[in-house]
Ligand binder design. Structure first.
Ligand code: ADP
Ligand code: ASP
Ligand code: MG
Length: 408
């Protein structure tokens, strides 16, 4: 039997009882003949509390120190899970990201994994131990601790599964699997038995917090079968797998909303060659990730250029936009930090027509104004006012018959 990686999210290690349950699950897999690597998140809301603490000290915490602070959450849970396994009478060892040789770049608070040296893990597995790895964290070549972005333990788990050539990666969380939409916002959302890498990658990038989007990039690239399931039951959850032809039968697999967005508009920038290049070069140099870009021509050879960014990058983006406005002779900058994006996703969109029309109709019936539209082969997204976003999502969900009661 092969190696399995089991990842337990914050709720699944929230207290001593849940930690013991996670330990038991790992032991069960070991007794079934697997080699077992466990990846854990920080307990409960620990990471949020640490973030909060930092902002009580300063509104602008240095990112390196933020990583030093946030990585402590996972260090607590790995030690406790290892202790729980020992207590039940099995051998386990806890390891930090640095100790397992998980190397990242130095983009503190959103570092990317560059390399994993799996030898130390293999050595302990061979010795019969369950290896407990701290999720969400890595180390730079210089030895500085980094973190992979909020929700990043999923990425640690799938990247390790790829590096160790695991048979599968099991993601244990507080829902029964991946749903047609976030069940907290859409109570009628339905659990999916299967979803393709491309679909969950789009959904995760567009705001579905159930999986860290970078984890799916690893899963897809290295073909890691990922099983997302509840840590409270033994019910099967959702399999993230390669696309099969019958997946195109349904136009829309799921819907999602991203409420952590802000939009900046550079007004009346001179409409000439090289201006857009200059703007987005400056934004990239500030390490700000741009979401959508919209350019509208104006009279007098000028244009409005809008772009959306994550709310967490808003302050940095604002400073960059103000500087750019001066530099390129624009007519001012307008901000809106009250926007959201609702999206529908499905590989079936490649072969079904009328998906956009149906989505716009649902939004019109909900009296929601569409501020911008963007599409790809397998998704359609609309920017809307944030306070209308949840209702918009529910309306769209019903319009595409994703509601549980419509399943026949
Ligand atoms: P963990 O701590 O286990 O990583 P997360 O809070 O990161 O858990 O992710 C699980 C949560 O993701 C669920 O409680 C749910 O509210 C949210 N979620 C968002 N979109 C979806 C979706 N499409 N399907 C299931 N859960 C979703
Ligand atoms: N503890 C980290 C967070 O809350 C990482 C994770 O849970 O995946 O974002
Ligand atoms: Mg998570």
């Amino acid at each position: 039997m092969g190696l399995v990686v089991q990842k337990f999210g914050g709720t699944s290690v929230a207290d001593a009882e849940r930690i013991t349950a996670a330990a038991r699950r790992a032991i069960r897999a070991k007794l079934a003949g697997h080699q077992v690597v466990v990846v854990v998140s920080a307990m409960g809301h620990t990471t949020d509390e640490l973030v909060n603490l930092a902002y009580q000290i300063t509104e602008n915490p240095p990112k390196r120190e933020m990583d030093m602070l946030l990585s402590t959450g996972e260090q607590i849970s790995i030690a406790l899970v290892a202790m729980a396994i020992h207590k039940i009478g099995h051998d386990a060892i806890s390891m930090t990201g640095g100790q397992v040789g998980l190397y990242t770049d130095s983009a503190h608070t959103k570092a990317r994994i560059k390399q994993i040296n799996a030898e130390r893990i293999f050595k302990h597995l061979k010795a019969g131990r369950i290896v407990i790895v701290a999720g969400f964290q890595g180390v730079t070549e210089e030895g500085d601790i980094t973190t992979l972005g909020r929700g990043g333990s999923d990425t640690t788990a799938v990247a390790l599964a790829a590096a160790l050539q695991a048979e599968r990666c099991e993601i244990y969380t507080d829902v029964n699997g991946i749903y047609t939409a976030d069940p907290r916002i859409v109570p009628k959302a339905r659990k999916l038995d299967r979803i393709s890498y491309d679909e969950i990658l789009e959904l995760a990038s567009l705001g579905a917090g159930v999986m860290h989007s970078r984890s799916i990039e690893f899963g897809k690239k290295y073909r890691v079968p990922i099983h997302v399931r509840s840590s409270l039951t033994d019910e099967p959850g959702t399999m993230i797998c390669e696309e099969t032809t019958d997946m195109e039968d349904i136009a829309v697999r799921g819907a999602t909303v991203n409420k952590n967005l802000a939009r900046l508009t550079l007004m009346g920038v001179p409409d000439r060659r090289g201006v857009a290049a200059r703007i987005f070069q400056a934004v990239a140099e500030g390490n700000v990730v741009v979401d959508d870009i919209i350019q509208n021509p104006l009279p007098d050879n000028r244009a409005n250029i809008s772009f959306t960014v994550a709310l967490s990058d808003f302050n940095e983006a604002k400073a960059i936009a103000d500087n750019l406005n001066q530099e390129i002779g624009g007519l001012g900058v307008v901000y809106d930090d009250q926007v959201a994006k609702v999206s529908v996703v499905g590989v079936g969109m490649r072969s079904h027509t009328g998906v956009a029309a149906k989505m716009f109709q649902a939004l019109a019936e909900a009296k929601v104004n569409i501020q911008n539209i963007s599409t790809s082969e397998i998704k359609i997204s609309c920017i809307v006012a944030r306070d209308e976003a949840d209702d918009a999502l529910r309306r769209i969900h019903s319009a595409f018959a994703l509601d549980a009661e419509d399943e026949a």
